[in-house]
Design a protein around this ligand. Structure first.
Ligand code: GLN
Length: 534
């Protein structure tokens, strides 16, 4: 059977939930027994999201095959429950650089290389590589953006080539409500539909996002302008729990529209389990990218998927100037703390203070990537007394680089896609807390994104395998929970939860399967959310 395509475009504003709608549609179809995959098209000229600032663009999501992707791939993975790969994210940067490389390689010998047909051809070639019964193509940005045009043109060509019956277009827009006049405004939606039509694309479904439920007269108005039946306009009012969206879509019979239109049949009944109750545990993320919640998206969602309320983002830099008493006043109310990944020096001293507080006050703490590296530095400085302990990332001249650049990283000059990236196998050592976290599993396959590593030789005096600890060693020692070529995890024994990992467990959480590190972290907090007793 011919491959089917669902194309999701956006109008009016960006950030209105195209990613969630695409991922939810994917899950809805998956639950009905259809093999579905998503592709996110990012019209920016970056080759990948690796060099983009999380403050503006949100987190960089790392796929299993080591690609630094837009965070929407994280939505796809969590919702659809499948691992995405490099080919599930197409950027204009990738497309143009490969067209230019082909031109230099003589592949188009004799021809004038043009947007149409060469760039559009490259886009189509990449889209064709995605193999699934239904491919959901989400186009980043909003219709009318200059960068997005080439992608829409490529899709228009695909429709001509593959037949209109194999395509379904969903256009998601925002319908603002004007309080002063108590009315919904459909004009921006009308205009964005017109823009889409001008490119030669007729939407089949309008997904109207709004703060409050939209009234039937407005729905009819949108339908009229779009040239579709009113039942093809679906309203998606704001929803606090995004994981409800697949169920809401099912309740609205959204799947019947899709199945009818694309001539697909469901082979199983819809069933969707997602967290609905959220424990009011207070979890603090000591971060430094505070421009948007999206900077720590996968961590926040991992906690949410454990059935716990949204964590609080704390500014690491604010902690830097605080004394012990102030730190206590700020952090005491948190049941547990997370030190997330990050790059560069800013906020480091604040994170170190939070780690010290959690270590000394027995507050559950999970350190991720940079977080683990800092747990080692904090331990060396304050427990062992090596005040000079540092990472060469923060001080390239340091005499005590307990965290140092990986050997093969030293030769790399180019940025983007050059770190230690993607999933790698790592053994989990018996008799460690990590081993219990993983349900006594002896190995794990975890995703990485880092350039620096633990300097094993320098840390040896206090960093030990469980069975080699001797009475003459510092008490306590940091215990290695996992080590491949590099130290992958450290932990403290006499602590409710003090575990750091060099990898990123947050990228592996899926609905129904939050990563065990988050589950165990939360279990260690359970019941202590009010704090104060330690
Ligand atoms: N900056 C650190 C490194 O490159 C940590 C990276 C991260 O937290 N993802 O090793």
């Amino acid at each position: 059977m011919a491959k089917k395509y669902i194309v999701v475009t956006g109008g009016v504003l960006s950030g209105i939930g195209k990613g969630i709608l695409s991922a939810s549609t994917g899950r809805l179809l998956k639950e009905l027994g259809i093999h579905v995959l998503g592709v996110k098209i990012d019209p920016y000229l970056n080759v990948d999201a690796g060099t983009m600032n999380p403050n503006q663009h949100g987190e960089v999501f790392v796929t299993e095959d080591g690609y630094e992707a837009d965070l929407d791939l994280g939505h796809y993975e969590r919702f659809i429950g499948l691992n995405m790969r490099k080919e599930n994210n197409i950027t204009a940067g990738q497309v143009y650089s490969s067209v230019i490389a082909k031109e230099r390689g003589g592949k188009y010998l004799g021809s004038t290389v043009q947007i149409v047909p060469h760039v559009t051809g490259e886009v189509k070639e990449r889209l064709n590589q995605i193999d699934a019964e239904v491919v959901i193509i989400e186009i980043g940005g909003t219709v009318g953006d200059i960068e997005g045009e080439v992608f829409l043109e490529a899709i228009r060509e695909m429709v001509l080539e593959k037949g209109k019956d194999n395509f379904l277009f969903i256009h998601i827009t925002y319908v603002p409500y004007l309080k002063v006049t108590s009315e919904f405004k459909t004009k921006p939606t009308q205009q964005s539909i017109q823009l889409l039509r001008r490119i030669g694309i007729q939407p089949d479904i309008i997904a109207a996002r709004s703060e409050l439920p939209i009234e039937p007269p407005e729905i009819r108005k949108i339908a009229l302008f779009a040239g579709i039946k009113p039942e093809m306009v679906i309203n998606l009012p704001d929803n606090k729990n995004v994981y409800e969206v697949p169920r809401n879509l099912h309740n609205m019979r959204f799947h019947t529209i899709i199945l009818d239109r694309l001539q697909l049949t469901a082979s199983q009944d819809f069933h969707w389990d997602y967290p609905t109750m959220f424990k009011p545990l207070k979890i603090g993320i000591i971060g430094k990218y505070l421009g948007t919640d999206d900077a720590y998206k996968s961590i926040i969602e991992s906690i949410f998927l454990c059935g716990v309320e949204k964590p609080t983002l704390l500014d690491a830099q604010e902690l830097e100037e605080m004394n012990e008493e102030e730190i206590h006043l700020l952090l005491n109310e948190f049941g547990g703390l997370i030190i997330p990944g990050g790059f560069g020096k800013r906020g480091i001293e604040g994170k170190l203070k939070a780690i010290r507080y959690a270590r000394e006050r027995l507050k559950p703490l999970l350190g991720i990537c940079l977080g683990m590296q800092l747990m080692i530095l904090e331990f060396a400085r304050n427990q062992i007394g090596w005040k000079e302990a540092d990472s060469s990332e923060f001080d390239p001249e340091t005499k005590l680089p307990l965290i140092d650049m990986m050997e093969d990283q030293k030769k790399i000059l180019q940025m983007g896609g050059t770190m230690r990236l993607g999933a790698q196998r790592t053994p989990i050592f018996k008799n460690t807390k990590l081993y219990e976290v993983y349900g006594r599993q002896e190995e794990a396959y975890e995703r990485h994104r880092h350039r620096y590593e633990v300097n094993w030789e320098l840390c040896r005096p206090f960093l030990k395998f469980r069975e080699e600890v001797r009475p003459e060693d510092p008490d306590p020692c940091l215990i290695v929970g996992s080590k491949s070529e590099f130290v992958e995890s450290v932990e403290l024994e006499d602590h409710p939860f003090f575990i750091g990992v060099q990898y990123h467990p947050e990228f592996q959480s899926k609905v129904g399967h939050p990563h065990p590190l988050f589950l165990s972290f939360i279990r260690s907090i359970n019941g202590e959310s009010k704090g104060g007793s330690l």
